[in-house]
Design a protein around this ligand. Structure first.
Ligand code: NDP
Length: 387
């Protein structure tokens, strides 16, 4: 049976992995909408290849290029924030949410409000919106399929069980490319060094988040919303081989773990085929060749991000959205060569310390908070002592 799919963030790393699986299963999927921010040529190429009904760029200034690139194809082209939301709200069997950052929030909410099934990779949207998103999911009868590899692992380990029986959920973290670096080395880390992840191939923003461990901090908050077992039962362990993607321990002390290659096509396939299974082109896991799986506690002295994120979700209110926004600004500034690597989490913590707003109650509240925190972060960055 052919199913329909929309991919938000089609030109990114998750978008490419998703479309690779779609490409390998001709006849099983019909592509409705594909979106990007401004990669018009690439988006048009994908839209033509997959016969999408519509292609959308978030940045309206790129719409003319998109239209040119789609000329004669019969594929509709659109641009701007509302067009992204409209694309996300088109009826489909599966909407893959793979825009990076809080920019993906409004489209994800549009897909949720339609009551659709959403494969959620865009963790920043859930971190920022928290209960606003989970309440909308419940209200509109939408289904969120966790696509982040850790959350997908947990989701798989929970099948057939009750959250009440869970003693502990442990998120594994690779520790990123700078895991063994001293504080002095970290202070001098370059963007090229920070994005050179040893196990995963990902977009630039999440690669930097992995290097600072903010990715794990955001995932901790994400896990809290997806699997509400209580913060005291959510743990993080560093596991450099990235073979175990996360674990669930039950009250009888039985621990279930999900293992697999470090390739996002595994969790994406799990979502696309859910509740069934589909083939992926990956090699079987060869544990004898891997030899060793090691684990250690996170070092929150050198990598304070997990502590900052934990404190943000404990504080609640505006803190998670603020943290996410400040981190996005800081990561962009680091990638742009404006600030040192160690300044990323310091800036996030600094912005966070200035907020004690109440919890956002609506999408508009979250977006307003996000905007405000970004402006605040940018102001701090402009101050002379900031780098
Ligand atoms: P990429 O940077 O590779 O891709 C981002 C996508 O979002 C691109 O299609 C980009 O379009 C689009 N985009 C960027 N900014 C905007 C905007 N303002 N408005 C609309 N579209 C925008 O990111 P990844 O694929 O690595 O990550 C996507 C999401 O998935 C993130 O939230 C990340 O945390 C999460 N994730 C990623 C994993 C991975 O392995 N990559 C693993 C687990 C989660 P354009 O090409 O035009 O810039």
């Amino acid at each position: 049976m052919t199913r329909s799919i929309t991919v938000l963030g089609a030109t990114g790393s998750i978008g490419a992995s998703t479309l690779d699986l779609v490409r390998r299963n001709p006849g099983e999927w019909k592509v409705e909408a594909l979106t990007a921010n401004c990669s018009a040529q690439e988006l048009a190429g994908l839209a033509r290849e997959f016969g999408a009904k519509i292609a959308v760029v978030g940045d309206e200034t790129c719409l003319a290029d998109l239209k040119d690139a789609l000329a004669g194809s019969g594929i509709e082209a659109a641009g701007g924030a509302q067009a992204l939301r409209d694309a996300a709200a088109r009826p489909v069997d599966m909407c893959v949410a793979a825009i990076v950052g809080c920019a993906g929030l409004a489209p994800v909410m549009a897909a949720i409000e339609r009551g659709g099934t959403i494969a959620l990779a865009n963790k920043e949207a859930l971190v920022s919106a928290g209960e606003v998103m989970t309440a909308a999911v419940a209200k509109h009868g939408a289904t969120l399929l966790p696509t982040d590899s850790e959350h997908n692992a947990i989701f798989q380990c929970l099948v057939g069980s009750s959250l009440e029986d869970v003693a502990r959920i442990t998120l594994t973290a690779s520790g990123g490319p700078l895991r063994t670096w001293s504080h002095e080395q970290l202070a001098a880390a370059t963007p090229a060094e920070a994005v050179a992840h040893p196990n995963w191939s990902m977009g630039a923003k999440i690669s930097v988040d992995s290097a600072t461990m903010m990715n794990k901090g955001l995932e901790y908050i994400e896990a809290h919303h997806l699997f509400p077992v209580g913060l005291d039962r959510l743990k993080i362990v560093v596991h450099p081989q990235s073979v175990i993607h996360s674990m669930v321990e039950y009250k009888d002390r039985s621990t279930l773990a999900q293992l697999g290659p470090s390739d996002m096509r595994v969790p994406i396939a799990s979502c696309l085929a859910y509740p069934a299974r589909m083939e992926t082109p990956l090699e079987p896991l060869n544990l004898a060749a891997i030899g060793e799986l090691t684990f250690h506690a996170p070092d929150e002295e050198r990598f304070p991000a997990t502590r900052i994120a934990r404190e943000a979700i404990q504080a609640g209110g505006a803190a998670p959205a603020t943290l996410n926004a400040a981190n996005e600004v800081a990561v962009a500034a680091f990638l742009d060569g404006q600030i040192a690597f160690t300044r990323i989490t310091a800036l996030a913590e600094e912005v966070l310390s200035r907020y004690s707003e109440p919890a956002p109650a609506s999408l508009d509240d979250v977006l307003a908070l996000d905007k405000d925190a970004r402006e605040n972060a940018a102001r701090i960055l402009e101050s002379p002592v900031s780098a």
